[in-house]
Design a protein around this ligand. Structure first.
Ligand SMILES: [Zn+2]
Ligand SMILES: [Zn+2]
Length: 212
């Protein structure tokens, strides 16, 4: 399951590889049933509260993954719902450009309309991130985390394959079973070829799709 907090709403996408369609929950209620095929890549516009959201099904090597985009920005998912906090009474936007510390006139900064759901800093409507719930820096941090996890996902699978192949190869050498060593080597080569093919496929798909 992957989940995103958008404004005061929660969007969750569950993928069951045996089911023909994705399960999409908006605030725990099913939406767009039978709309998005489990194994088809593509862009699907959804409406979440007042926002237009693009649910993208993309390939990450051999696995289809869900991404959520708002206004051309990829929104990092969150494991738990991000609460929408009220700002302090009569608080000003605490991250507004040109408004940090020092002297300033009362009322020179816009009023905070909400507080960041993660770090609780007061935010005006222009300083909240596209997801409508986080400040720019918490959004940025979550994006960095998301990129790191995507990269790990891409390397872990092949690495496990290579490690197993190496294990079989060494086992074959130690016990002088040439056939086993051969199988281990073949496994390593196969993983390599597989990664190569998937990489080329992915590149070709990326080229065919105009980047948002
Ligand atoms: Zn602001
Ligand atoms: Zn924050």
């Amino acid at each position: 399951m992957a989940g995103w907090s958008i404004g005061k709403h929660r969007l969750e996408v569950t993928v069951d590889v045996r089911a023909p369609f994705l399960t999409i929950l908006l605030d725990e209620e099913k939406m767009h049933e039978q709309l998005i095929p489990t194994h088809l890549l593509g862009d699907y516009p959804l409406v979440v509260g007042k926002r237009e959201v693009l649910l993208k099904r993309v390939r990450n090597l051999d696995v289809a993954q869900s991404e959520v985009w708002i206004d051309g920005v990829k929104v990092p998912p969150s494991a738990d719902p991000i609460p929408r906090h009220k700002p302090p009474m009569d608080g000003e936007c605490e991250v507004h450009p040109g408004g940090t510390g020092g002297y300033r006139e009362l009322g020179a900064l816009p009023v905070a309309k909400l507080a960041c759901g993660v770090c609780r800093v007061g935010l005006c409507n222009t300083c909240v991130a596209v997801d409508g719930v986080r400040c720019a820096s918490c959004f940025e941090q979550a994006t960095t985390e998301m990129v790191r996890e995507e990269r790990e996902w891409r390397t872990h699978g092949p690495l496990i394959g290579v490690a197993l192949g190496a294990l079989v190869f060494i086992f074959g050498l130690v016990f002088e079973i040439p056939r086993m060593a051969g199988i281990g080597l073949a496994a390593i080569v196969l993983v390599g070829i597989n990664v190569g093919i998937r990489y080329v496929k992915e590149r070709r798909e990326a080229k065919n799709q105009p980047s948002p």
